[in-house]
Ligand binder design. Sequence first.
Ligand code: ASP
Ligand code: MG
Length: 478
Amino acid sequence: MTRITMKFGGTSVGNAEAISQAVDIVRAAYTGDHQVLVVSSAMSGVTDLLIEGARTAAAGDAGRYQVIAGQLREKHEGAIRALIASDVERISVFDEVDGLIDEFQKLCYGIYVLRDATPKAMAKVSSLGERMCVPIISAVLRQRGVPSTTVCASYLIVTDDQYDNAGVFFDETEQVVRQKLLPVVNRGMVPVVTGFIGATHDGVITTLGRSGSDYSAALLGAYVDSDEVWIWTDVDGVMTADPRMVPDARVIPVLSYGEVGEMAYFGAKVLHAKTVQPLVERNIPIWVKNTFNPTFPGTLITHKEQTAPGTVKAVTAIRDVSLVTVAGRGMIGVPGIAARTFSAVAAQKASVLMISQSSSEQSICFAVPESTSAQVVRAIEAEMANELSRRDIERVWADDNIEIIAVVGAGMLTQSGVAARVFGALGDANINILAIAQGASDYCVSMVVDTASTAEAVRQIHKLVVLNGDNKVHARSA
Ligand code: ASP
Ligand code: MG
């Protein structure tokens, strides 16, 4: 018998049909003699609606959240009516969802009166989607013969009080999960746990940040000693490129933890590095699978490096970034310029996505999120006021019109020729590379190109490098 943690994303529980499919998937594993722990997102679109309700209330709109309450009721009650046959079960799930929608309206009214949506209030409002969804899934499981109960993760995941993007206390959470959740799994029950949610020591609800359910699944999956974690989503697995940009994108059969860590920015479809950390520490394999195509093998993410070094697995574009350059002849041989530059950046809480320094030392350039670029430039100008007035540094500027392209695979640094193939592909298409950084890890080479060339650059690398050679890929089903 193996123990599997299954996480269902928003679209995988987005309507009655999807929930029905998700439940069948769980039941198949359960009757196949597995122990199963389910972690679920809110129904798709629900978290957005909840947040919109609170924001509009804070802005003085007393009507919008009422309309949203109606939409939420319709969405959930539609699924309940379609799926739950027993009157008793149906009425009890209706009641539970209704109570949560009432809570949403009360919270929004409070926010409206105060004209203030604190992070604490926002966390509470946005937690409601997961809490409305799990009783439906659990009831349908019971109806189909799988003993199941719901558990709110606010009783399991202990966090700090950064309410809407909380940090997890790992040891405490592990202890609680072993004490409270593991016995339920061991009894042969299938707990359906709310993703995305935690609580402080005082029991105040927090969230783990948008799309946090994957993280919930990794934490809970790790602490109940799962043999595997399956992430159910609406695509066939992790792709070689974003299919919206590269129609020819394929599914990657196997990725290592290291590779997937570098792909964190790859649209919304890839697991964030922080997300998989609890599983990485325990070598627990992760499957990414498609709820709407459950027999498709999907992508396996494992600790084993299964590829020949130098195999380029994927190419990704990082949008909404700017390239900041600090340039001047007086920087040559002066120690401390880089350190002061990056301290100034850090003080703005801007994260640096890549760095490159020209060997002549006449400039340092680095990429930051575009939303921070103006502020970063001002901070560096302030820090370097002396150097600027002496002309040792001539100019500090930001170019917003750029994107980063990251090429991911194992052995990027150690294998000669990989970078040459990538740059050759861009050269063939006359695409200019503005900066290059061969990452600190062996899994990624990244380069900066201007926004207008990004799509072409990604397609070109995908065609000439990713799909070339003996790279193993799955065609997509649709
Ligand atoms: N429902 C939450 C969100 O939309 C968390 C998740 O789906 O992972 O961000
Ligand atoms: Mg940009």
